[in-house]
Design a protein around this ligand. Sequence first.
Ligand code: A3P
Length: 305
Amino acid sequence: MGESAVPVLREETMSNGFTIPITGAEKTREVLNEVLKMRTRHDDVIVATYPKAGTTWLQETVWLICNNADTTFAKKTLLGDRYGWMEKSPSLPGIGLEELNTWPREQTRFIKTHLPFQLLPNELQNEAVGKLIYVARNPKDNCVSFYHFHRMNKRLPDPGPFGGFLGRFTQGNLIFGSWFEHVDKYWQMSRNRERSMYFVLYENMKKNSKNEIRKLANFLEKDLSDSQIDIIANHCAFDNMKDNDSVNYSSLVANGVFDASISKFMRKGQVGDWKNHFTVSQNEEFDDWYRKTTADSTLAFDFVL
Ligand code: A3P
């Protein structure tokens, strides 16, 4: 399919037998199969999320924790030039798998991914290596954010009305698959890999970012002073990140991938915006689905603050 065609979603089975919906554009299947073979390194730092859970926020926070709160360098260097994206499409700018595979040994690789755990590099699935930070967000806000992202991102299928999109979210029929299976698998794995996997909740970051930054620094084995924590929290506050061109993806607006006149990448950054989107009956149905789906899970979310 050519770049200009409307992206279509279809189920594909990867070389390890895991099936996931992907868009037909480009070489997604080939890239995902290559990711399975990627070699991991003991000093890798990975930020993993279901899309729209706060990836960018945590990427910036984690990078600053690992780099002495150097906001000067961060402000002048695109996030996409500081992080590789494991499953990046070859036509998108930034660091992809090929560059990650040949990254200088003496430099830490900062990596982001939206892949479900089962599609991470085989080595990483089999063995606890490096540091992986997983960010999860309550599914109502996550779904709303993903909806607006589909509206403005020309490389994703048109989401249509919100109600239909919500249905596909609960069915897991969106890129990167089922929200619950994604979050739950990482949650389970992180219980057994406390030194190499760390679970962050978007809502906790909103409630008390300094506290979460301190805990993250502890997990990443970095000593930060109180003033460095203040600097990171301030730099990563929504109002500052939305105006920061190194993290707000204005470059993808400039090259026509995102249409900011429809919705901005840094849209609202709130907990509870779902209330402006769900009808009463959609909310009841969703709560019913959520109760059944998460009945055996120990993971709990705040839906409002
Ligand atoms: P909204 O669409 O609800 O505003 P991702 O980085 O995973 O694509 O997630 C994007 C979502 O995180 C968007 O949510 C965006 O506004 C929000 N976000 C980005 N930076 C943030 C920050 N510093 N604080 C709070 N939310 C942030």
